[in-house]
Design a protein around this ligand. Structure first.
Ligand code: FE
Length: 336
């Protein structure tokens, strides 16, 4: 129900009408529930608006298409620019015109048509063995394909979103032919079949199975703060690899409002809140992501890794390269 409607109804309903707790927002989250719940709890504590989270692991766009106008979802939270644009391209989102979102989120981290908004960013960098890789020994993504790393590279699946986005950036910086040769080079350097997530590659470096891997920055923070995984992180050094002549590959997590959104006003409030100081600090301190809002600091741990230059490619270009990148990974059977 719209707030304005509630305001009109309130006098008639008398003591029964308590608009504050009547409000709720429904979220379909591709992000892990244990990450989103603290944000939802803080928002509810501040606003009295309930947040209902459904974890949607696969087929987000398909589900929203199938549910159509009857979808209970107001917002979609997900990682990866291509996932965000897929949902937009499926026609199940609506534009959100908000001065708050525009002020909080830099223009390069939100859609020009206001369909999706980045809430955090993260770098895909190189985990290098402290013992077996010298500082500065690997500085570029291009170099990952070099023979020097034969039998020394570990990777998660080539068709994982993060790796597809990175390969999309390789295509955008070079071309498809180069990207295919590069991906074949990586495959040729693998110490073992791709398996597991980014942290499993860190563990493999710790165990001596390989010397370098590609991973996201925030997993380093998670490992450092997990007693069972701290040793893996301690075995590594973060190398902020760059594309030759450019910078470090970034991806985002973000939010979009569904076309069907039954609780549009509450949904907008939650979106705006997620881009604000409190939520941005939670993202930074509990998941070690980079806040998008200017003036919100990265966590101390993240700052301790040093500064880096972000790649200049715009995210829409990376998303557009996804089909070609995925095709290359399948053609070369990266995981085979
Ligand atoms: Fe992740």
């Amino acid at each position: 129900m719209r707030l304005s409607t509630l305001a009109i109804l309130a006098p008639a309903l008398g003591a029964l009408a308590v608009p504050a707790w009547a409000e709720e927002v429904n979220v379909y989250s591709h992000r892990q529930p244990d990450l989103i719940q603290p944000l939802a709890d803080a928002f509810t504590a501040e606003t009295g608006i309930d947040v209902n989270i459904a974890f949607v692991d696969k087929g987000m766009a398909e589900r929203l298409v199938a549910e159509g106008d009857r979808s209970p979802a107001d917002l979609v939270l997900t990682v990866d620019i291509a996932r965000l644009t897929q949902i937009v391209d499926a026609g199940v989102t609506q534009p959100v015109d908000s001065e708050v979102l525009k002020a909080n989120i830099p223009a390069n981290l939100r859609d020009t048509d206001n369909q999706w908004f980045g809430l955090t960013s993260r770098a895909r960098i190189i985990y290098a063995s402290k013992d077996r890789v010298a500082p500065g020994e690997i500085t570029t993504y291009e170099d990952l394909a070099s023979d020097r790393w034969k039998g020394r590279l570990c990777s998660r699946s080539g068709t994982n979103d993060y790796n597809v986005a990175l390969l999309g950036a390789v295509i955008a910086h070079h071309d498809e032919a180069y990207a295919k040769t590069w991906a074949e080079g990586l495959k040729g350097n693998l110490a073992r079949k791709p398996a597991g997530g980014d942290r499993d590659q860190a563990k493999a470096i710790w165990a001596g199975e390989c010397d370098i891997a590609i991973g996201n920055t925030y997993y380093m923070g998670q490992m450092v703060n997990d007693p069972d995984q701290k040793e893996w992180a301690d075995a590594l050094r973060i190398e902020f690899a760059v594309f030759e002549g450019d910078g470090t590959h970034l991806n985002i997590s973000g939010v979009a409002m569904t076309k069907a959104a039954p609780n549009k006003d509450a949904a907008l409030k939650f979106m705006e809140w997620l881009s604000g100081d409190h939520a941005q600090k939670i993202y930074a301190e509990t998941n070690y992501e980079f806040p998008v809002k200017a003036g919100v600091a990265r966590s101390e741990l993240v700052q301790s890794w040093g500064d880096f230059t972000a790649d200049s490619l715009d995210l829409a270009t990376v998303a557009k390269a996804r089909p070609a990148a995925l095709r290359i990974m399948e053609e070369i059977n990266f995981d085979g």
